[in-house]
Design a protein around this ligand. Structure first.
Ligand code: DCP
Ligand code: MG
Ligand code: MG
Length: 680
């Protein structure tokens, strides 16, 4: 299999990447709804924690993810609002993402979580580089549309927009690397990108949201450099000039190991211990303060074989692959070839999940009523995401319905996400698409006929499809008869296998199966609040990649009343399966039922029950995780699936047929599907 990892050896490529991160996102959503909150210290509560707080609160010492009790003791005047319903955040996120996307020429616009977006603007910038009038930089014009030269903005190209990180180049022509005439193209491209970023940030501000932005040549650097000046500012990393590499090294070097996306807590701890053993530093040095520069300053230097042996010993079952060691070293040096993934118009699947661990569901009546609630939320979400209000039709119709249940488990047991989860899928009955066309003309799905129609459809779906599946997943023991009481701790209802009604509605093209395997990733939004439905969003790179003929999930006879037995083959049970972490994950809060969802493929999620510090409370860095074995998906992403080859029990779920495939068998499995599709 082709191994793009050789790209890692290249120095900085000449892409131009922007990374946007909305300032105190949830807080701004509330502030926009109630502007008087803007000047008050504001915290957004999710259970006993603050999901975030606004900057006035931060100035008073309140921090993200603090417990409500500590926050109030630090800042008794803190205004606290409840942020458990993710719907408004999701909606704003989608709106702002769509706005940014409308400025992209190549559609490489990738979300990370709800409030971060990468844009690969290499093409726009390149185009504008050619347009630049070197004789009148102050009155430059940035063209945003090749077809329409008038669509754009005026700017002063003789200076930077926002802040720059580098050796003191605060104006464009200043700086040691300046030679005669025009500066090197990379420098000019970064400068142009700084103005584009500023323009886009102002567009987002017109929508009511301030942001931070990082401008650099790869995703890693753009994300990290954007943190330098928060809130409401932007930073360009000057990785240009004769000492561009030096600037990058210095920049990366200043980061604590844990702050580097892709390096989780365990890896950071192992590397820190090793540093201490090699360098014998001041005994008062806090291992957490060990930086990339510390690690890279060792002599003899850290090599891939050393890294392999250090990191392999941390995991008894698998050895750390040399390719991943090289990738990790590249990352530490600020090299990151991973592409900005193409935008996606549609989610691969929509699922709503609710947990009941504090108060498990014991009777069928309860289960039924919870299923109706979840299904209603799901239908509503389908309507928002898949129904085109203008054209009054469905953009995509999911073909498959899946129910997942899990008995109540003690979160302290610390078992993996798949622990005791069972799921079963079947065709999604056509009735779910009927409420969409019943709208009363104003497109308001919340009122009148639509709400009633939706409620009816939810009831019907539960009665005719979900409850039968439920019984299959949780069969009655004949001896218990009807007296059985259940103990259900989790319900998840999911629609998937999107059939795009409008073939042009999907994201990037291509049905290359290999590509699909590599790109069958999505991000998940998960909130483990037992009182709220959890929205689990999964945006796949390209929902069209499912072969229309190929049913990726096991099918089930909808008329299941006659067959209440458990068919072992139809039920997926994921127990203690090890998975790699993907950067596109949104962790749950640190709460009693705290979990982290790890999306692996279009159909499966895994989470880590998180007892200590899955989410970095300081930075909220979504790439961080304490499971050493799960840290390297970021690297794997750069190298494609094959990097997992030969790793024993690890694997992933095939996005086509939904079978769990060990990594060593993936290439063969991909070939199997390629042949299948060629033959079709
Ligand atoms: N979030 C959450 N739980 C976490 C981390 C984040 O619910 N463990 C939510 C709340 C945040 C949003 O995600 O508002 C975005 O996360 P960020 O880390 O970007 O934090 P903010 O946007 O709130 O603040 P900042 O200004 O530092 O970006
Ligand atoms: Mg943010
Ligand atoms: Mg963020």
């Amino acid at each position: 299999m082709h191994h793009p990892r050789k790209n890692l050896k290249t120095k900085h490529d000449d892409r131009i990447i922007l990374h946007f991160d909305i300032d105190c996102f949830y807080a701004q959503v509330f502030e926009n709804k109630t502007p008087s909150l803007k000047s008050l210290p504001l915290g957004i509560r999710q259970k006993s924690l603050l999901a975030t707080c606004n900057y006035p609160a931060r100035r008073l010492g309140v921090k993200k993810l603090m417990s409500i009790a500590s926050a109030l003791s630090i800042c008794p005047e803190l205004v606290i609002v409840d942020g458990q319903d993710l719907t408004p955040f999701r909606d704003v996120s989608k709106r702002l993402y769509t706005l940014l996307r409308s400025y992209s020429w190549n559609d490489k616009v990738e979300r990370l979580g709800l409030d971060e977006v990468w844009m690969d603007v290499s093409d726009v910038v390149e185009y504008n580089l050619d347009l630049l009038n070197w004789n009148d930089l102050e009155h430059s014009w940035f063209c945003l549309d090749k077809e329409n030269p008038e669509r754009g903005f005026a700017f002063d190209a003789s200076g930077w927009a926002g802040r720059v990180y580098g050796h003191g180049h605060h104006d464009y022509f200043g700086g040691v690397e300046e030679t005669d005439g025009e500066p090197e193209p990379l420098k000019t491209k970064l400068l142009l990108a700084s103005h584009l970023a500023f323009y886009l940030r102002m567009k987002i501000e017109e929508e009511g949201y301030t942001t931070a932005c990082g401008i650099s040549t790869n995703k890693l650097l753009a994300k990290l450099v954007g943190n330098m000046n928060k809130p409401r500012n932007q930073t360009t990393l000057l990785s240009c000039g004769p000492d561009g590499e030096g600037t990058v090294r210095k920049f990366m070097g200043s980061h604590q190991l844990r702050k580097v996306p892709g390096i989780g807590g365990k890896t950071a701890a192992i590397l820190s211990d090793w540093f201490i053993s090699q360098a014998d530093p001041d005994p008062n040095l806090n291992p957490k303060d060990i930086t990339v520069a510390n690690l890279l300053s060792l002599n003899p230097p850290l090599t891939p074989p050393t890294l392999c042996s250090l990191l392999s010993s941390s995991s008894s079952s698998s050895s750390f692959p040399p390719s991943s060691a090289r990738d990790l070293l590249s990352l530490l040096n600020g090299h990151d070839p991973s592409p900005v993934k193409p935008a996606r118009s549609l989610p691969t699947q929509i699922s709503i999940e609710d947990t009941y661990h504090a108060c498990p569901l014991t009777s069928l009546t309860q289960i039924r009523s919870e299923l109706v609630k979840i299904t209603s939320s799901l239908l509503k979400r389908m309507k928002t995401d898949l129904w085109d209000d203008e054209k009054r039709r469905w953009i995509a119709r999911p073909k498959t319905l899946r129910l997942t249940t899990r008995p109540r488990v003690d979160p302290r047991e610390g078992k993996g996400y798949g622990y005791l989860r069972v799921s079963k899928s079947g065709p999604l009955p056509g009735c779910v698409f009927h409420f969409g066309s019943n709208t009363n003309g104003d497109g308001d799905d919340g009122g009148g006929n639509t709400a009633a129609a939706m409620a009816q459809v939810a009831e019907r779906l539960v009665k005719e499809t979900l409850l039968p599946i439920f019984h299959q997943l949780n069969p009655l023991n004949p001896r218990e008869g009807k007296t059985r009481s259940y103990s259900i701790g989790l319900l998840n209802v999911c629609v998937t296998n999107m059939d795009s009604v409008n073939p042009t509605a999907g994201g990037g093209g291509g049905r290359d199966i290999k590509d699909m395997f590599v790109r069958a990733r999505e991000f998940t939004v998960y909130d483990p609040d037992p009182d709220q439905h959890h929205l689990v969003d999964n945006y796949d790179a390209d929902e069209n990649q499912f072969e229309p003929g190929a049913e990726p999930l096991e099918t089930l006879d909808v008329d299941m009343d006659r067959d209440m037995g458990m068919d072992a083959e139809d039920v997926d049970v994921d127990v203690n399966v090890k998975h790699y972490q993907h950067p596109d994950l949104i962790p749950a809060k640190h709460q009693q039922d705290s979990m982290m969802m790890i999306p692996t493929t279009s159909n499966e999620y895994f989470h880590i029950e998180d007892d200590d510090k899955v989410w970095d409370a300081e930075e909220g860095n979504v790439w961080e995780n304490d499971e050493a074995d799960e840290e390297l998906d970021y690297l794997r992403e750069a190298g494609g699936m094959s990097s997992g080859d030969g790793e024993g029990g690890d694997g992933t779920t095939c996005p086509l047929c939904n079978h769990f495939i060990p990594f060593f068998a993936l290439s063969a499995h991909e070939r199997f599907h390629s042949m299948e599709s060629e033959g079709a």
